[in-house]
Design a protein. Structure first.
Length: 244
């Protein structure tokens, strides 16, 4: 929700702006590619799919959402803020990905996560959203998350891992343990202004959960396969990151 609000604020600049206007003026990544190329065609297909997904969100919500009914009955287009309330996290990632590079870099700087040496094309935010989506979906469906079986770590870009390794000064971040997802959350919690006491509480509770799991499991080999043999060092570096 916080990320949606920051993106929204950047795009509308206090104006009431429709999805259609933003679609025409800001969701223009395709213009950065040679027309007629495979990259152009692929990007245009994703852009058209995004428009279809936004329209579907309205039709699916009609009859159940009074805001949608108000604008539809008034024969008025939904403002972009209403659209962002309706769409799923994956669609939001697709929305951010379709933005032009200049706009994405602006947003990354506003969030406070911009890395000039790694995020040269402004693509880090969308990559992070897709990663968080997997975790969020697993939690929402009451699935098992402690061993990251929900993860599609093979699809996680190396530069995402490299950025977190630089920030936490830890070489072993591969998104194979739940602690790496905790690092990604802290990556956003800190610049977004979460209190240090709350972030440290998250790390402390994580440590406590691992200790309880270790005691009940009584099998270090299995424990290390799940959380990594270096989990204590990683937890310490999380605390160090929060304290900086």
């Amino acid at each position: 929700t916080t990320l949606k609000n920051i993106v929204l604020d950047n795009l509308v600049s206090k104006d009431t702006v429709t999805f259609e206007k933003i679609y025409d003026t800001k969701l223009t990544k395709y213009r950065e590619m040679p027309q007629g190329s495979k990259q152009f065609s692929k990007e245009m297909s994703r852009r058209l799919k995004l428009k279809k997904d936004f329209s579907r969100a309205i039709s699916d919500s009609y009859g159940r959402n009074p805001i949608v009914e108000h604008f539809v009955h008034s024969e008025m287009p939904l403002p972009i803020w209403a659209h962002l309330e309706l769409i799923m996290l994956g669609t939001f990632g697709n929305f951010v990905e379709r933005l032009n590079t200049a706009k994405k870099l602006e947003i990354a700087k506003e969030i406070g996560t911009y890395h000039s040496g790694i995020d040269t094309d402004g693509a880090m935010l969308e990559k992070h959203i897709y990663i968080i989506k997997e975790l969020r979906n697993a939690i929402a469906h009451n699935s098992i998350v402690f061993d990251t079986r929900f993860s599609k770590e093979s699809k996680i870009a190396n530069k995402v891992k490299r950025q977190l390794r630089d920030e936490f000064e830890f070489n072993n971040i591969e998104f194979r343990t739940i602690l790496d997802y905790t690092c990604l959350l802290l990556h956003y919690f800190k610049p977004l202004g979460m209190q240090k006491t709350e972030m440290k509480k998250l790390v402390r509770n994580t440590r406590k959960s691992i200790e309880e799991f270790d005691e009940k499991l009584n099998n270090k080999t299995v424990l290390f396969k799940i959380v990594g043999s270096d989990y204590l060092e990683k937890l310490k570096l999380m605390d160090d990151f929060i304290s900086k």
